[in-house]
Design a protein around this ligand. Sequence first.
Ligand SMILES: *Cc1c(COP(=O)(O)O)cnc(C)c1O
Length: 226
Amino acid sequence: MSDLQNRYQQVCEQIKVAAAHAGRQWQEIELVVISKNHPADLVRELHALGQRNFGENRDQEARPKAEATNDLEGIRWHFVGQLQSNKVKSALTYSNFLHSIDRDSLLKALRRELAEGQQKLGGFIQLNLTEDPGRGGISPTDLLAFAEDAMSLPNFELLGVMGVAALDRDPRIDFDTIATASQALLKVAPEAKFISAGMSHDYREAIEFGATHLRIGTAITGNRNL
Ligand SMILES: *Cc1c(COP(=O)(O)O)cnc(C)c1O
């Protein structure tokens, strides 16, 4: 068994354990493998092991990688990083999901490009979990108004909320905030029940708090060195 296969299977196993521990079905949890800083061959290897959902955070890197792997059956790309407005058109050529809808100007660019394209996009609103408004993301107090706007995008399905837990404290604090925001969102968007949360170091805790989409890189891919 290769190291990659080993790590992949260990993480898949850990997800099942954490789900059982939280009284959840592991089948309702989607693993998105973040392949940034790794070559297209790694995506191929993981696809051969059954993985279908992959994520990237920079359009310059993601687009060629998505193009180099577009022969792989059932592959789906998740854009998880901050997306510049002038990269929206490009990102929409390969992205099925956008996890990082974080500001009004991005909604504006999406509105324009989605109206022209044929493809459908699923999206998450990224929450700002810090006290610092400069950090980007939507503060929980602005979430419902922002969601109403997002829901009016053409060719778009609002899936839920996304967050990145702070590194300097127990991630459960932030995952709890995300879960509370998710509950509030359901009042205006009953279908937007998904939660994108949890990375290599905190996905088990995220599962406790209802995460449905885990964005896991290094725990599976190994260190980023491209
Ligand atoms: C890189 C990245 C991840 C994965 O991080 P790991 O710590 O390698 O699991 C998850 N989410 C986002 C937004 C990222 O940029």
